[in-house]
Ligand binder design. Structure first.
Ligand SMILES: NC(=O)c1ccc[n+]([C@@H]2O[C@H](COP(=O)([O-])OP(=O)(O)OC[C@H]3O[C@@H](n4cnc5c(N)ncnc54)[C@H](O)[C@@H]3O)[C@@H](O)[C@H]2O)c1
Length: 315
């Protein structure tokens, strides 16, 4: 298949690009390198350094059979301070991409949605039919694109899948997280182990969880990549499917710190901070739907293994 990967120079997109190339697909990465890295694009894939907003000429040139769309701004706190960047990149940029697809009659797309579309859940594990009540502009902008895809499926015959990731972690094909502004727990803990930070702040130890710290669902980027390859050919024209992607097991902040200590052999000092507003006690996905529909089975569910994979590429 000829595939265009928007955001393929970023963490998750670069791993999926590597998997697509390994599978024999012809891949073009469209990325403005605002948070991505040219050297994360594997040999065998072509890089077009272009913004989503200007994607039409690239699509006209490549004429892809399908698009995988990872390109986005994705920092929750920044989305509250600079919402314009989030509506512009995540919503207007996605609209430009969909219109560029329509212009070349490419109607197959897999989109990186997020657990942040749900907001604070009434029930855990979170299923796809849970209410969507995002608590920040980032989640709202991703939910807007999910709605956009539903309407493009109905009106224009798009075959679309939104994959709602929970916390993506680990590494594959030698590619791991390299965010200039890092907000994710596992890389932050590993930065302390590597001597790049003095300590890790634990936000709240008084949650109603067994050890008092928040519980989150960490899905390995290699498992996520498998899901994208399955999703690519799954929907028919006119169909928009939404699937959660999580490990199915939650791990607490303290368990992550303990795993990072075990893997790195470093003490990883922590500092106790207050709860952060809008941080629910538990966010765990039900991924039963994608398991049943597409036969997706995560292979890397062990926390220590996930942290070890991240550490192996971080050093
Ligand atoms: N990392 C996670 O845990 C997680 C969880 C849920 C959802 N997601 C979503 O998955 C996707 C990928 O996340 P990631 O962690 O790999 O992020 P990332 O920042 O590493 O990758 C995003 C890529 O998109 C590119 N990009 C941004 N704006 C662009 C634009 N206007 N035009 C072209 N390219 C642009 C960036 O340069 C970067 O290479 C994002 O859409 C994110 O919202 C990530």
């Amino acid at each position: 298949m000829r595939v265009l990967v928007a955001g393929g120079a970023g963490y998750i997109g670069s791993v999926v690009t590597a998997a697509l190339v390994a599978d024999g697909h012809e891949v073009t990465v469209l990325d403005d390198l605002s948070t991505g890295h040219a050297d994360a694009v594997v040999e065998g894939a072509r890089l077009a350094q272009v913004s989503l907003h200007d994607s039409a000429p690239v699509l006209a040139d490549v004429r892809p059979d399908a698009v995988l769309h990872f390109a986005a701004r994705s920092l929750v706190a920044v989305s509250q301070q600079q919402p314009e960047d989030y509506w512009s990149t995540n919503v207007a940029g996605s609209l430009a991409l969909l219109e560029a697809m329509r212009a070349v009659d490419c109607r197959r797309i897999v989109f990186s949605s997020t657990a942040a579309t749900y907001g604070e859940p009434d029930q855990v594990p979170i299923r796809e039919d849970a209410p969507t009540r995002p608590t920040n502009t980032y989640g709202a902008s991703k939910l807007a694109v999910d709605h956009m895809l539903t309407s493009y499926a109905v009106a224009h015959g798009f075959a679309a899948v939104s994959l709602r990731y929970f916390n993506v972690a680990g590494a594959a094909f030698g590619l791991g997280e390299r965010h200039a502004t890092e907000t994710h727990l596992i890389p932050l803990a590993l930065q302390v182990a590597a001597g790049q930070r003095e300590s890790l702040t634990v936000f709240g130890r008084d949650y109603p969880t067994p050890d008092g710290t928040c519980i989150r669902d960490y899905v390995h980027v290699g498992d996520l990549s498998d899901a994208h390859l399955l999703a690519l050919s799954a929907p028919s024209a006119g169909e928009h499917r939404i699937y959660n992607l999580g490990n199915g097991t939650g791990f607490s902040v303290q368990e992550v710190v303990d795993a990072a200590r075990e893997v790195t052999g470093h003490e990883i000092p922590t500092v106790d901070g207050p709860r952060r507003p809008g941080d629910p006690a538990q966010l765990v996905a039900s991924s039963d739907l994608i398991r049943a529909d597409l036969g997706w089975t995560p292979r890397h569910t062990d926390l220590v293994g996930i942290v070890r994979d991240a550490w192996d590429v971080a050093r």
